[in-house]
Structure formats: structure tokens, C-alpha cells
Ligand binder design. Structure first.
Ligand SMILES: [Zn+2]
Ligand SMILES: [Zn+2]
Length: 340
């Protein structure tokens, strides 16, 4: 589809759609500290041409060097960029990095700011920039979950258990892990600030990716069943120890308030109201590799007041997926879908 064809088709649906919700999601890339980090990144520019080369790396053909850089993690790449002016120029010659720095700079800087840059390669970030679909449901997805670099739609990022990063103590308790294992998993530091559409304040803390912790738990215990048994036995043991400590404190006439009850349940997950679901998320368009156009997706007027899929005001569509949506849910009259 050419650029003109695309805009003609989009305008064909203009009366049935709208581009954005008037809701501020308070994502990572909207955090003032990340915005400051991003302007610092942007200010690092080349004002004079290189005068030296990059040492022994200069012996490699440029194509090979570009391929190596494509596969490196973004934290290392940004370090390489600072080596000297020649390194800056070479990195800028990698098409994938150039596209990321132009169209997903907020995601790049967000991932670096939370310390997740070492878990994401340049190639992976570029691949996600060029993929429109949510990795869970297949809808158009306008967000990247940066802890492990996944493309995700709003509904999945706010409801799917695996997109809720966990506090380290919670992950250890939930999957029967020790700190030695957990320290090797994709972790991030929360940039303190206001997150989620409900504007919840979140302090600085360290979180681990839930899916990585689950996988590590299954690997460490051999199976889900063995992991669940271990976790359940440990919970029982800790509760019995608590009862014993409480009884001892009562006998000694000590204050019972000093004996803390071990947590027995997961903390409440308020889904779209849970700020931890937004501390690693940036809004990113999809870059078409063929046309080099950006797709931001759009909302359906027929779903504007609906909250249950397939009719949901948070869903976003492309021209192709909107045609499927109309075929499935019916045409739109008076702001609502009608199958006949
Ligand atoms: Zn989804
Ligand atoms: Zn709709």
C-alpha cells in the first residue's frame, strides 16, 4: 500500500474513528526525570568531524561492524557512542539504530533510565518498533514493555499477570527463588514519580520481570507442581514460626505488635490502577519497513463507551484490523455497533 493509498483508506473511516483518548496514562516516558534524561541524550551531538579512528576495531569492514552493533545491547551501544566521534558516526550508520533514535527515542531513553538497556539488543528493539501487533492478543499495540522489550496493547498491559513487574521479595516468595537466582534476571529500578491513569505515586524500588521469575522458578524446582508445593510448604512453615513467635512473646509479656505476620497473599493488583504496570512502559508507534511510515493506530467510535472486549474503548486498530472489527461487530450507527 502506498502512502497515498494508506491516507485515502484511513480517511474513508475518519467519521467512524478518532485518533487518541483524552486520558493521560502517566507512562515511564512521561516521567519528568526520563524527559530530562532524554534531552541530555539528544544534546550529545557531533559538532566537528572525527579526527581519530576506533583503534583495532577499524580493521573490521564497516558492514561487519554494523552487524555486531545491531546485535549488541542498547546500554553497550550508548557507551560505544561516547568512545569518540568516529564511534558516534559508525553507530549512526546502523539503519536500525538510526530508526530507533529517530522514532523510539523515548523508549530507548526509558529503557536506559530504568537500567533495562542491558537486557535489550538493538536488533530486538528495532524488530519491536517494526511490529504492530500485541504479543498477547494480536490487536494493534501502541506500547512497549521495556523490561524485556515486548509490544503490548493497553488492555493486555493492564490485565495480563506477566506484565506486572514484581518486587524482589514478592517474586522470591511467589516462585520459591533465592536472591542469587533473582539477581541474574531482568530487573529494573523504578524512577520515582506518578504512574497509571489513576495518577498513583510510586517510590524508588527494584522490580523483576514476572515471566522471567516464573520461568526461573519452574527451572529451579523442576516443574510448576514442584514449585507450587515448595512455595505452599514454605508458607505453612513461616506461618507456624509466626504463631510460635507470637506465643513466645505473649508468655514473656512482650509487645505482640513487634511480631510481624508473614504475607500470605499477593498484593492487590489494581490492573489499570496499579502504577507498577506503567513504570516500564513507553508509547511507541509502529514503523513500516516498506513505506517508512509511522502507524499510531486509532480508536473506534462504536466502542467509545464500551468496556468489554471485543467492544472496548481502549482497543486500537489499523485500517485492516478495523475492517475485520466492523465485519465481526457490525457497522456503526448513532455511535454504536449494529450487526444488521
Ligand atoms: Zn493485547
Ligand atoms: Zn468498535
Amino acid at each position: 500500500m502506498t502512502k497515498d493509498d494508506h491516507s485515502t483508506t484511513t480517511s474513508q473511516f475518519a467519521h467512524l474513528t478518532y485518533p487518541e483518548l483524552r486520558i493521560n496514562d502517566n507512562l515511564l516516558d512521561e516521567n519528568p526525570r526520563v524527559i530530562k534524561f532524554q534531552s541530555k541524550f539528544e544534546s550529545f551531538q557531533l559538532h566537528e568531524p572525527p579526527t581519530t579512528n576506533i583503534g583495532t576495531l577499524s580493521r573490521l569492514p564497516l558492514e561487519l561492524l554494523q552487524e555486531v552493533l545491531y546485535q549488541l545491547d542498547i546500554a553497550t551501544l550508548v557507551g560505544f557512542r561516547r568512545v569518540n566521534r568516529q564511534a558516534f558516526v559508525i553507530l549512526g550508520s546502523v539503519p536500525a539504530y538510526r530508526a530507533i533514535a529517530k522514532h523510539a527515542r523515548n523508549a530507548l531513553c526509558g529503557a536506559l533510565a530504568i537500567g533495562a538497556g542491558r537486557w535489550i539488543s538493538c536488533g530486538t528493539l528495532y524488530e519491536k518498533l517494526s511490529t504492530p501487533e500485541c504479543e498477547v492478543c494480536g490487536d494493534f499495540a501502541g506500547y512497549l514493555y521495556l523490561l524485556t522489550c515486548k509490544r503490548v496493547c493497553f488492555i493486555c498491559l493492564s490485565e495480563e499477570p506477566l506484565y506486572l513487574p514484581l518486587r524482589l521479595s514478592h517474586a522470591c516468595r511467589k516462585f520459591g527463588l533465592n536472591s542469587k537466582i533473582i539477581n541474574k534476571l531482568p530487573c529494573m529500578r523504578v524512577i520515582p514519580g506518578t504512574y497509571s491513569p489513576n495518577e498513583k505515586k510510586t517510590p524508588q524500588c527494584i522490580l523483576v520481570d514476572c515471566k522471567s521469575a516464573l520461568t526461573a522458578g519452574i527451572t529451579a524446582h523442576g516443574s510448576i507442581r514442584a514449585m507450587d508445593t515448595f512455595v505452599s510448604d514454605l508458607k505453612t512453615q513461616r506461618f507456624e514460626e509466626y504463631i510460635a513467635r507470637k506465643a513466645a512473646a505473649r508468655n514473656l509479656g512482650d509487645g505482640l505488635s513487634r511480631v510481624r505476620r508473614p504475607p500470605t497473599h499477593d498484593p492487590h493488583d489494581g490492573q489499570s490502577g496499579n502504577p507498577l504496570r506503567f513504570v516500564a512502559v513507553a508509547r511507541v508507534p509502529c514503523l513500516s519497513a516498506a513505506s517508512q511510515e509511522l502507524e499510531w493506530g486509532f480508536h473506534c467510535l462504536g466502542c467509545e463507551r464500551a468496556k468489554r472486549s471485543p467492544l472496548h474503548y481502549r482497543r486500537k486498530f489499523t485500517v485492516a484490523s478495523f475492517k475485520d472489527h466492523l465485519a465481526q461487530c457490525g457497522g456503526i450507527r448513532n455511535g454504536e455497533h449494529h450487526l444488521n
